[in-house]
Design a protein around this ligand. Structure first.
Ligand code: XMP
Length: 319
């Protein structure tokens, strides 16, 4: 529509006027906001944009490959993929407190990103996918729990330290406007209407200490849940859905013997603002299919449960 076109043209002109012939670096997560910023910047300044995509080992199944396929292969955006799983998992070793896990993941991200950005000698700008509600939220923020910081890649303090200028092309837009612009820029529907995914990723969906093999199990279980939701037409009806790995062992029958295997919890919620939420009344048949598939296809899981807790008091994430 012409409104999106007009907004896009305005943003492109602003970017060109601000950046001139300098270079820009962007932390690309594959989320809606950073994805839209990547495309806008690519259209405005082409190869003077370099995106850094950090694989922290806590992403969903094939997520890194999909980001590279969309941006690097399909759109021709210059993207550096950093495989930093070992670093994140090493830093998280034995840590079971959720807020400490968040802090470690956030700090490791900043360190890794900073190292990559420092190699780009000609970069003068750091672009961020800040949208209008983030601007308001941070203006009103008074510290508190780390999870009030919703920005996927919170690179606060980084611009000053690296002597980069901050570029925030979406700072006057609301989420629905960002989505409309993203669609009109040709980003895939599935990317634009994806459920939110927290910055610490699977790190806060594996309860307690994170282990690589737990992440592998969770990735497979989560992918099955999402695939079945999509197939049944429920993905777009719920606001957020995901699997959680419970590091407890429950007894199961395998062949002639017993096995003590892990438990996967499924969570699906409906919400307008993510401040309060209802658990989604998914059909039993759908839950049954997801459960059988996870138990049959994912080794190490013998039991699947569905979370029927509202927020409040239960938060949407389990940690
Ligand atoms: P809770 O669990 O607080 O989640 O009910 C509300 C929304 O925020 C997301 N969430 C996070 N997002 N970093 C993020 O970027 C975080 O540490 C974090 N914790 C929760 C959660 O997925 C939900 O959409």
């Amino acid at each position: 529509a012409w409104t999106e076109r007009a907004i896009i043209d305005g943003i492109l002109a602003d970017i060109r006027a601000q950046v001139g012939d300098e270079e820009v670096v962007l932390a690309l997560s594959g989320g809606v906001d950073s994805s839209v910023v990547a495309v806008l910047l690519h259209q405005a300044i082409g190869d003077r944009l370099t995106c850094v995509f950090v694989d922290n080992g806590l992403l969903r199944l094939h997520e890194g490959d999909q980001v590279m396929a969309t941006f690097a292969d399909h759109l021709g955006v210059r993207v550096i993929r950093v495989n930093a799983a070992a670093r994140f998992l090493g830093a998280l070793k034995g840590v079971d407190d959720p807020e400490r896990k968040r802090k470690i993941i956030g700090e490791t991200f900043i360190t890794v990103f900073e190292e990559e950005a420092a190699r780009l000698a000609r970069v003068r700008w750091l672009a961020q996918g800040t949208i209008y509600p983030d601007v308001i939220e941070s203006a009103g923020a008074k510290g508190g729990k780390a999870r009030v910081i919703k920005s996927h890649h919170n690179v606060g303090g980084l611009p000053e330290r690296m002597k980069l200028k901050l570029l925030e092309p979406l700072r006057l837009l609301f989420k629905d406007e960002v989505r409309r612009i993203g669609l009109s820029l040709g980003l895939p529907e599935a990317m634009i209407h994806r459920h939110p995914f927290p910055g610490p990723g699977l790190g806060v969906r594996i309860l307690g200490a994170v282990e690589e093999r737990y992440a592998d199990i969770l990735r497979q279980a989560d992918a099955i849940f999402i695939e079945e939701l999509r197939r049944a037409g429920y993905y777009d009806k719920v606001s957020q859905a995901f699997a959680v790995f419970l590091p407890v062992r429950s007894v199961g029958v395998v062949g002639d013997g017993r096995a003590y295997e892990h438990v996967i919890a499924l969570r699906a919620v409906e919400t307008v603002d993510f401040m309060t939420a209802n658990w989604a009344e998914l059909p039993y048949a759908l839950l049954g299919r997801v459960s059988s598939r996870i138990i049959n296809e994912v080794r190490g899981v013998s039991r699947v449960v569905y979370d029927v807790s509202g927020k409040p008091p239960a938060t949407i994430e389990w940690e």
